[in-house]
Each structure stands twice: as C-alpha cells, then as structure tokens.
Write a protein of this length. Structure first.
Length: 409
C-alpha cells in the first residue's frame, strides 16, 4: 500500500504510524504533515522531524495536565510517546548514540504518564529473568470478578511494548487480561540492559509464564501467547517447549528468519560456508547492499544492534540460528498462523510454518482488497484485532475452568 514515500521502508513506517491512530497513538494530520517534511531515505531527517513533532505534542500534554484537562493530556501523551519511538527508529547504526536511550526513555515516560490518566487498569511490572528483570505491563480485564483468561503479548525485531496497548485494549474489553513484556533484543532490554536476541525463546517465555501464573487474576488453564512480526518465530519457538500455554498466535508466521534473505540461488549451507570462510568479503557485499537500499541499511543496522553483532557477517551467522525446522512439530496447543499477502519481509514463511505444524491449527490470510495486505496488517489494525480475538475467544473458551475462583472484593 503506497502512502507518501517512494522509498518502501519509509513508506511502511509511515503507514505503521497512521495505523496507530486507530488506538489513539497518532493523529493522521500530525503523521502526514511530519512525513511531508522528510526527504526520501534521509535517516537523520526522519529523526529530526519526528523529534520536533514529539516535543510539540509532549508540550501540549504538559499544558493540558497542568490545567486539569486529564483526557486531553492522556491523548497527547500517548501520541507523543509514539512519535518519540519513531524519532529513535533509525538511530541503530551507532549503538553508542545517546539519543537511542534518551528518546526511548522519553517515549516510555510519556506512555506511563498517559497510563496514569487512563481508565485501563494497568500496572508496570518487573518479571524475574536470570539475574535481572524484564519490563512489562499487566492490564486487568474489564468487568470480571473471576480469574480471567490471559494473553501474553510480545513484539518482534523492532517494536516496543508501548505499541502493544492496542492489543491490551482489545483483550481487556473482551474480559481477557493482557500482559505485555520486552525480552532480550527488544525495547528497554536491548537499549538499557544490553541483552540481545536469543533463538531459544522458551528460556524467555517460561519465566514470563511463571510470573503470570502467580497473579491472582489469572486462570492458569487459559494463558495464551501472541508474537508479532519477528515474534512470529519467537512465540511458536517458545510454545514448542512451554506446554502450559493454551493457545499460540504468530502474526505473521515465521518458519526460517533468514531464508528470504539468503543470496539468490544459494543454499543455507553454502551461505554459511561463504560467510564463515570469507567474512571480509561478506561484509563488503552486505555493506554495498546497505548503501544501495534503505531496507537493507535499516535491516542490517537494526540486526547488528538487536543481536549484539560485531559486523554484518556476524549478524548474518547469528540470525541463521532462528529456524523452526525440527521444532514446529513439538507445538501441542491450538495455533493461529497469520499471513498478509503483501508482506515483503517474510513472503511464504507463514504457510511454511503452518504446513510444519501437527497441532490443531488455523491459517488466516489478510488481503489487499481488505486494505490489510501489509506486514502485520499495520494499515488495518481494527480488522486485524477483530479476527485475531474472535479466534482467541473461541480457543480459550474450550479450556474454560469449570471451577474458576471468584476473586475477593
């Protein structure tokens, strides 16, 4: 779906921001006026203009709050948070850039100020993980006095959990608790703790499930997991080994993260041998791709940042570990695999994952006719959540606890 930019990477990120207007995290006019000021493929121009918009909207939020206009302040804080996220998005080529942490903290601060003014029952949580903690938000289901089903949601390659509030709104409105979190490679965990992605994502999700099952509002028989974008690999990988999950959703499904990125006509093993035998040559090839393509530049820079790789070749080798070959068939819970017919990043991956599953499974495809053909349906979030949560409600109703406890007043 073409919006403004000829540059496909910039255009997609603009659509991503426009789509977030559905949950109040953007204003269409603000997004368009900002985008019109940015040159094609200009990373620094993108940062500067989104920072300008973020600060302007942040100031609106502060003035509204000072004058007692809580709703206006909340709305502006949510938008400012998203715009700070956008300002930080293309900075990962230099992991030492202080703006990465600065803008990310501004985004989180605005988000939490908005939450404090929100009718949603939400609290910031710290989930024990190894010798540290993972940040999360727990959103309590609306209008329920019993232990409720619970959806755990995490993002993927480049998102933050503040973007996941729309999923929490959709869940809680349906009587489902929602816990969002960031793991290694994501959000504050990579930016402030320096922990990069790991392929054995069950080592991340199992402590999260442990935490969720300790919450008095949670029905332990109805806990589901949703992974978004690259999370479409991470969530199924976790579900293959974490069998306390009642359902798993991959939006979109990813069977082999690097398969679409292998050099044309080259097998996986040949690519591995090439990069290992000639890392300097591989780096040269990948850097030439980065010079020629905004998609490649951003993808490799962000990969080096989130995988804590020392070079493009090092990132390439690390990323090859992210495959569900020999793993997908270990998933036992009902699984929803989602595809978008115009997905440029993972073409064919959702169907490959679906075909490898041996559990109860459902395939859901979004189309251009519906305006939902882009990666993770970023241009049609309301349609996306409607279909996902219709499936989830039915999946969780099968495991509804007959003796669910009523919570104390």
């Amino acid at each position: 779906m073409h919006v403004i930019f000829d540059d496909a990477q910039f255009d997609f990120q603009t659509l991503r921001l426009l789509g977030s207007a559905a949950s109040g995290e953007a204003e269409v006019g603000e997004v368009l006026s900002t985008a019109y000021r940015i040159g094609e493929g200009d990373f620094e121009g993108w940062t500067a203009e989104w920072l300008k918009t973020a600060r302007r909207v942040h100031a609106i939020a502060g003035r509204s709050r000072e004058r007692g206009h809580r709703v206006s302040a909340r709305e502006a804080y949510f938008r400012a948070s998203n715009y700070y996220r956008a300002a930080e998005f293309y900075l990962h080529g230099d992991p030492r850039d202080p703006r990465i942490v600065d803008f990310s903290r501004s985004a989180r601060s605005c988000f939490e100020q908005a939450l404090s003014l929100s009718p949603l029952t939400a609290e910031r949580v710290a989930i024990p993980y190894q010798d540290t903690v993972l940040p999360g938000y727990f959103y309590r289901a609306e209008e329920t006095r019993s232990r409720a089903p619970t959806l755990i949601v995490h993002t993927g390659y480049d998102g933050t959990q503040e973007e996941l509030r729309a999923h929490a709104m959709a869940a809680t409105a349906r009587g489902i608790n929602c816990l969002t979190f960031e793991g290694p490679g994501q959000g504050a965990v990579i930016r402030e703790q320096g922990l990069g992605f790991r392929p054995d994502w069950e080592a991340v999700v199992t402590p999260v499930v442990d935490y969720v099952l300790g919450l008095p509002a949670v029905d332990p028989e109805r806990v589901a997991l949703l992974g978004i974008s690259f999370g479409g690999y991470l969530a199924p990988r976790a579900a293959a080994f974490e069998h306390r999950l009642a359902a798993c959703i991959a939006n979109g499904g990813v069977f082999d993260f690097m398969a679409p990125r292998l050099p044309s006509g080259m097998s996986r093993q040949a690519a591995i041998d090439w990069v290992r035998d000639d890392p300097g040559g591989a780096n040269e090839v990948m850097r030439s791709l980065m010079d020629a393509s905004t998609d490649s530049r951003w993808g490799i820079e962000n990969g080096m940042f989130t995988f804590r790789a020392s070079s493009p070749a090092d990132y390439f080798l690390k990323a090859l570990d992210y495959t569900l070959a020999g793993v997908a068939e270990k998933i036992t819970c009902p699984t929803l695999v989602i595809d978008s017919e115009g997905d440029r990043w993972y073409p064919g991956q959702a169907r490959q994952l679906f075909d490898a599953l041996t559990c109860e499974k459902t395939f859901l495809n979004f189309t251009a006719e519906e305006g939902a053909e882009d990666h993770c349906q970023v241009g049609s979030p309301s349609l996306s959540t409607q279909r996902i949560f219709d499936w989830l409600e039915e999946a969780l109703s099968h495991g509804e606890s007959a003796t669910a406890e009523r919570l104390p007043d």
